[in-house]
Write a protein that binds this ligand. Sequence first.
Ligand code: AMP
Length: 409
Amino acid sequence: MENFDKLNLSSDIKKSLKNLRFTKPTEVQSKTIPFAISKQDILASAETGSGKTAAYLIPLIQQIKTKQNVFGIILTPTRELAQQVADVAKLLVGYKSGINIALLVGGSSMNIQLNQLKKRPKIIVGTPGRINDLISRGSLSLKNFNFFVLDEADRMLDMGFGIQVDQIVLDLPKSRQTLLFSATLPKEIIQLSKKYLTNPKRVDIEENNVIKSQIKQKIINTKTEEKYSKLLDEISVRNGSILIFVRTKYATEKLKKRLIKDKIKSSAMHGDLRQNKRDRILDNFRKERFRILIATDIASRGLDIPHIEHVINYDLPQVPEDFVHRIGRTARSGSIGEALSFVTKNESKMWKSIEKLLDQLKKPDKKNKHEDTKQKKYEKIENNSDNKSVKKRYRKRKKSRSKSRKYHR
Ligand code: AMP
C-alpha cells in the first residue's frame, strides 16, 4: 500500500500520522488495518519493530472516533512496553480529542490509576497483574471493552501470564473483536488463538523484520577474565548509544560499578528495581543523558529507542530466541546498527544454537521450526518413556525452556 489515504481514516488520525511522519504503512499495517477496521479478528505474527503498535491502534482509534461505544484494552507483558504503547496511543488520538487513555501497570501508584479509571477511559493499556488486581478489587469492569489486543502473546506465555490472561478474558464481553500479535506462532499460541479468537484473519509478515539487514554483526571469542578489557576497547572505538546485555541482575550492577569507576557514565536496569526507578533510567537513556545502558533480558524486547547504535552481548542469553530480540533493539526504523557478541568457551554451544536459529530465520518457511523442535523432542521423550524419572526429567526440561528466561530478568 502506497500511503494511508486508501484506508479512509478520520481526518484527526491522518493529522496525527502526519505529525508522526508515518507516510507509508508498514507491511503489518497494510495487511492488518483494513480487516481490523471492518471488525475482523486478527492473528498476526509480527515483532516489535514491524510497526505493529500502530497496526492495532489505528483501527481501534478509527472505530472509537467513528462508532459509539467502542472501548479498547491492550495487554502487554511488560510495563515498559505498556508505557510505549500508551505513548503512541496518545499521539495518535491527538491532543484535546477527549479520548482518555489509562495506563495500568504494576509498581506504580494505584491512586493515580484509580483516578484515570474515574475518567472512563476509552483505551486501557496495561499488564495482566495490575489489571487483575483492579478487577478483583472491584475498581475495574471490562464488560464494555469490546476491542481486545493481546500484544507479544508469546512472551506473555513465557513470562507465565497465561492464567492471568485467561482471567481477564473472562471479564471481557463474549461479543468483541480480538487481535493477537506474537513474534512467533508456536503450538501454544495457535491453541491460545483458538480459545480467544473467532475466524481470525492470519497476518504473516513476509520479510523477517527481526534480522534486519542493517545490523552489522561481529563476534569476539574471548576468555571470561579478558571480557572487561575488551569491552573497554570496544566502547572506546564506538560512537552513539550502547545497550549491553548481561545474564543476571547482579551482573548489571557489577558491570555498571566497574564502568563508572573507569569514568564511563552508565546505568543498569533489571527486574529488581522499583518501577519508578526503571522509568527514570529509561527516560534518561531516551534523552541521551548517559550513553550506556546495561540490562538483563528484561530489555530484550519491546524497547524502541531509535538512537541505540550498538547492542553488545557481554554475556550470551540463555535461549537463542532472546538473542534475536536483543539485537532488534538496534537499527530501529531503518537506521543502521551494530551487534557485538562476546563468546567464551563455555558459551560456544549456545553460540552454535544462535547461529542455527539465525540461519533458520533467514529462511521464512522454517521460521518457527526451531521454536517447536526442542519442545516437541522433549514432549515425545516424556510421552514415550515408561521410566518415571526420565518422564519427570523431560517434563522439567520442557518447562524450564520457557521459565529460565523469566528468572534472571
Ligand atoms: P513498533 O513495531 O510498533 O514498536 O514500531 C517500531 C517503530 O516503527 C516505531 O519507532 C514507530 O514509530 C515506527 N513506525 C511505525 N509505523 C510506521 C510507519 N508507518 N512509518 C514510519 N515509521 C513507523
